[in-house]
Design a protein around this ligand. Structure first.
Ligand code: SF4
Ligand code: SF4
Length: 204
């Protein structure tokens, strides 16, 4: 069989039309005559519905100016948190990466030194990356973290213009320094030593 014949056979059959070419509009049911009053009544009923909806309270939001509230347990964009003294919480233990079911977290740890103390522990995350295109927002990383360093916040507007921009680096994930700590660091003072009792901030 030639290619042309095969193409012809592959054409789908048209469905049977509901109305034949010589069939007109269905006849009006017997006993029902055209009536201007009935048409005006139908129009008034339609307008009543329209006006009723026009003056009823709106159920839609003017997104993106207005945003619907997120629930407390909503899992959106990740953040790497700090202690109140400015030190990073992350100790580079890689438990979050091990718990991630899709393997989208990369942690490379380095040793803290007295000259360069980044976190209270022995190690800190020198590199911390999350591939947000692979993330399924399950929250396992947050559950696995022993120091509540990685958390999923309420932010859900994560669109961007290239795949590369969805690799969230440590710089992008890390909370900003508290203003007083930033001022102290600018003045040349080092981080204060982390006290063992430093507790996670309220709420998480
Ligand atoms: S939320 Fe789930 S998928 Fe996303 S980085 Fe955390 S563990 Fe991985
Ligand atoms: S975010 Fe938490 S679990 Fe992940 S490496 Fe840092 S301390 Fe460990």
């Amino acid at each position: 069989m030639s290619d042309e014949e095969q193409k012809g056979d592959a054409r789908p059959e048209h469905p049977t039309p509901l109305r034949g070419p010589n069939e007109g509009v269905p006849a009006r049911p017997e006993g029902k005559r055209p009536s201007v009053a009935a048409d005006i009544g139908a129009l008034a009923t339609g307008l009543k519905t329209t006006l009723g909806e026009f003056f009823s309270p709106a159920v839609t939001l003017e997104y993106p100016e207005d945003k619907s509230p997120r629930s407390e347990r909503y899992r959106g964009r990740h953040y790497l948190r700090r202690y109140e003294n400015g030190l990073e919480r992350c100790i580079g233990c890689e438990l979050c990466a091990a718990a991630c079911p899709v393997g989208c977290i990369l942690v490379i740890a380095a040793e803290n030194t007295d000259e360069n103390r980044v976190s209270p522990g022995e190690r800190y995350a020198k590199t911390y990356e999350i591939n947000m295109l692979r993330c399924i927002f399950c929250g396992y990383c947050e559950d696995a973290c022993p120091v509540q360093a990685i958390v999923l916040g309420p932010e859900y507007e994560l669109s961007d213009t290239s795949r590369e921009k969805f690799i969230y680096t440590k710089e992008k994930l890390l909370e900003p320094l508290p203003p007083d700590v930033e001022a102290r660091l600018k003045a040349g003072s080092p981080h204060p030593p982390a006290s063992p009792g430093t507790s996670p901030r309220a709420g998480k």
